[in-house]
Write a protein that binds this ligand. Structure first.
Ligand code: SER
Length: 316
């Protein structure tokens, strides 16, 4: 088997995807990469971690050629709020990086995974039960790079037969990495503050409803879409996926089942509120269910219980 390369391996998804890929295909088969390096002592014998700047075509080329890479999970990207702060960097990394990865994939016949997002939708998109195929006119730089990324991946598939596949992720909730620049990250930060201080100040307003998914379901979905029988795929870039949707107030109520005195206050950040308001309330995932058996396991209650247990153990 040709090896798997993960870019952005120290990021929100990469940190957990690398562990899952090593468990599934063996450590020898997986090369984690990032522009930061993990402390050496955290790597076990046989585990690979390499420096890779995914905006550098030469570095990607060398990595793919020298390490016999057959699949790239290209995760290196800025999230939505950081992309609004630094739109030029977002374009350079989110788009420029993807284009270079696709070019190398074309030359070396690699399969490519691209993470799209609910951010690929905009204010003109139907908000409830958002269809798989619908209006995509995002108003953020993050969204622009996600729509353009979806189109570019489909183009490389149609034009050059590169096996590209992608998911439109909702907000991802995980205990492994701290919140890092996303609009949906309030739903991660809230757990840290609930455990440490019993209260949290939310940067989105009480009624902001957004789609979310617990990281174990996201990892299963990632591997699921990449292993799916290509003959069954009508869509490729990218599939709507989600597992639950809630407002900050509903999340707080669920947390209070475990921490009864938990207090939620609000100090709305207009930039992130505007981003959230431009995104759907709930996605229709029927194409993912029909074409490759997408079946998330965690709803709101199970996610909150597991997050509190795992994060408490981690923080202490
Ligand atoms: N979680 C992402 C963000 O908020 C959405 O894809 O940026």
């Amino acid at each position: 088997m040709r090896r798997i390369l993960v870019t952005g391996a120290l990021g929100q998804i990469g940190s957990e995807l690398v562990l899952a890929l090593r468990a599934r295909y063996g450590s020898e088969a997986v090369i984690a990469s990032d522009i930061r390096l993990p402390p050496l002592e955290t790597l076990k014998p046989g585990e690979h971690f390499e420096f890779l700047d995914s905006t550098n075509a030469r570095q990607i080329q060398d990595m793919v050629r020298n390490r016999d890479i057959g699949t790239v999970y290209h995760l290196a990207a800025l999230l939505s709020a950081t992309s609004e702060e630094k739109p030029h960097v977002a374009w350079e990394l989110n788009m420029g990086g993807l284009y270079k990865v696709l070019e190398v994939a074309r030359q070396h016949d690699c399969k490519v995974f691209f993470p799209s997002s609910i951010g690929a939708f905009g204010p003109g998109t139907p908000k409830d039960n958002t269809p798989q195929d619908t209006i995509q006119r995002p108003t953020t730089m993050y969204g622009v790079t996600k729509v353009a990324g979806e189109l570019l991946c489909d183009y490389y598939h149609r034009r050059f037969a590169v096996d590209t596949r992608g998911l439109r992720f909702p907000g991802l909730i995980s205990y492994a990495t701290p919140p890092g620049g996303g609009t949906t990250d309030y739903a991660v930060a809230i757990f840290y503050d609930a455990i440490r201080y019993g209260r949290y100040t939310c940067f989105l307003s009480p009624g902001t409803r957004l789609d979310m998914m617990y990281m174990p379901d996201a990892i299963t979905a990632l591997i699921g879409v990449m292993e799916a029988d290509p003959a069954k795929l009508i869509h490729r870039n990218s599939f709507n996926v989600t597992a639950m949707n809630f407002t900050p107030e509903e999340l707080a109520q669920e947390i209070r089942k475990h921490i009864p005195d938990f207090e939620l206050r609000y100090d709305v950040d207009p930039v992130r509120q505007a981003i959230a308001d431009s995104w759907p309330n709930s996605l229709d995932c029927s194409a993912a269910r029909a074409e490759w058996d997408f079946a998330p396991q965690y709803g709101l209650g199970a996610m909150v219980e597991d997050m509190l247990t795992k994060l408490r153990a981690r923080i202490s």
